[in-house]
Every structure is written in C-alpha cells, then in structure tokens.
Design a binder for this molecule. Sequence first.
Ligand SMILES: NC(=O)c1ccc[n+]([C@@H]2O[C@H](COP(=O)([O-])OP(=O)(O)OC[C@H]3O[C@@H](n4cnc5c(N)ncnc54)[C@H](OP(=O)(O)O)[C@@H]3O)[C@@H](O)[C@H]2O)c1
Length: 273
Amino acid sequence: MASKTTIVLVTGASSGIGNACATHLAKRGYRVYGTCRNPSSYVKKADEFFEMIGMNATDDQSVAKAIAAILAAEGRIDAVVCNAGMGISGAVEDSDLEAIKLQMDTNFLGVVRVVKALLPSFRQAGSGRFIVMSSMAGVVGMPFQAFYSASKYALEGFIESLRYEVRSFGIGACLIEPGDFRTGFTAARRPSLPEGSPYADLYASAMGVQVRDETAGHDPMEVAKLVQSLIEARRLRTRYTVGPMFERLAVILKRILPAGAFELFYRMYYHLS
Ligand SMILES: NC(=O)c1ccc[n+]([C@@H]2O[C@H](COP(=O)([O-])OP(=O)(O)OC[C@H]3O[C@@H](n4cnc5c(N)ncnc54)[C@H](OP(=O)(O)O)[C@@H]3O)[C@@H](O)[C@H]2O)c1
C-alpha cells in the first residue's frame, strides 16, 4: 500500500477482536476509525488511539452516514475490517424468525452494507482492501448455532464471488476464519431454549463444550496482528484461519475427510449421540 498514512475502518471496535485490531493498528501508525452502536457511552482505554464513531450494521442509513463522514474527513479509506457481529444459539426448531433475521442482518447484510458503501471510492482510487471476519463456523456447521454458521457461510460465498468482480480494479478482499478467542462474544450471545425443549440435553452438551472452548480461547491480539499483515501484504489469499491449533486442524480435516467421517468426529467432540 502507499507510504502515506493508511486510513483503516474497523467495524465493531468497542470489544473483542475489533477492539484489538483498532488498538493495535492505531499504535502501529495507522489512522484508525472504529465503530460501535453507542459511541457516546463508550469509554476509551488509555492506549486506544483511534476515533470511535457510531454505526449500526443493521441500519442502511447508519452505515452510509458513518462511511460518508470518514470519506469527507479523510478523502479516502484504504482498508476496512468488517468485524461487527453477534451470535444466536438454539435448535433450529426453537429459534424464532425475528432472531434469525437479526443474525443474518447483522453478520451478513451488515458486511454487504459496508462493502457496497465503500466500493465506489475503492474503485475510483484503484485500490482498497476488504478484510472480512468470517469464522471457523463459516467452514464447519456448528451444532446449535445453525444460523450463526449460515451467516458466516454466506460471507464465505459473498467474498469468493466479490473477488472475481473487483480484482481488475485493484481491490482486494479476503476472509479471516478465527477459531475461539476470548471476547465479549460469549456473553453477548442470544440463546433460544424454550422451557421443556426436546433439544435441552443435546443443547447443553454442545453449548457446554463451545462455551468452555470460547472461555479458553486465544488472545484477540493474535487476530489483530494477522489483520496488520493482511493490510501490508502484496496480495491477499481468499481465506486465512487463525486460532488454537486443534481448531485449525478441524478445518483441515473438514476439507480432506469424507463428510460422514468428519460428522462422526464432531458428534463425539460435542458429546452428541
Ligand atoms: N470470539 C470468537 O471466538 C470469534 C470466533 C470467530 C469469529 N468471530 C467473529 O469476530 C467478530 C467480532 O466478535 P468478537 O468475538 O470480538 O465479539 P464481541 O466482543 O461481542 O464484539 C462484537 C462487536 O461487534 C459490535 N456489534 C454487534 N452488533 C452490532 C451491530 N448490530 N451494529 C454494529 N456493531 C455491532 C459490538 O459493538 P456494540 O455492541 O458496542 O455496538 C462489538 O464491538 C464477529 O463477527 C464474530 O462473529 C469471533
């Protein structure tokens, strides 16, 4: 990228992975804009040298306004880390449509809104990078997180397709597939487990393992360092996995094992009969 100060937008910078990315990049000399839904109530830590602005990923106007404000102030954005996201959990049968719509609206359409708002300026500049936070759940369907997985699988297809369209305009796009990292994600998850659900025992088994793994996850700064390397890389591959070795191994196994063998391995891992 150019030697002038690189302008980076990080969505979902009030917590977890996005906060680590914004904090790390700002310390490394990037001019960083972070976003969250309530910037006025966000209290910055002493080592956070980035601007925080308001953006609700589910609101067309909010996304357009935030990006227009940065473009007006800086004249350009060089890279965006599309990171804002949340998760719902529960059996498919137990999940109501409003929660499912919120999941897709935040994690999938939220990224689509940002990408569409930035494409004209990236194309005019003949450069720009979309670094999109997918998940290992975008490679492996997670038990009792069907809609979270669906939202991340949607991103995988979206970015794969987008790369064909924008390459000749000098625009790069890639997916990061994190395993488990210790963030606010677990506490913010919205579960659906109605009283007397026939899935209660299976849900408890699968989510017990998932919450244990999330709690023991890696430091999100590992993702922030990867993001910096992707902003600085000459070329972007389509996808990058990051996180605990065992989880990165699971992604490799998913890609090489017969589907039935992988499913058996996952059923055993999550104590599902
Ligand atoms: N933690 C993991 O193990 C893990 C693994 C794989 C992938 N990921 C992905 O990494 C990304 C970041 O997650 P995290 O683990 O860092 O979670 P987190 O600590 O809960 O942070 C989520 C961030 O997203 C923002 N956000 C949530 N809903 C939003 C909305 N509607 N509009 C705008 N911003 C919104 C939150 O900001 P406000 O609530 O302040 O608005 C917050 O800054 C997500 O896309 C997640 O799917 C996480």
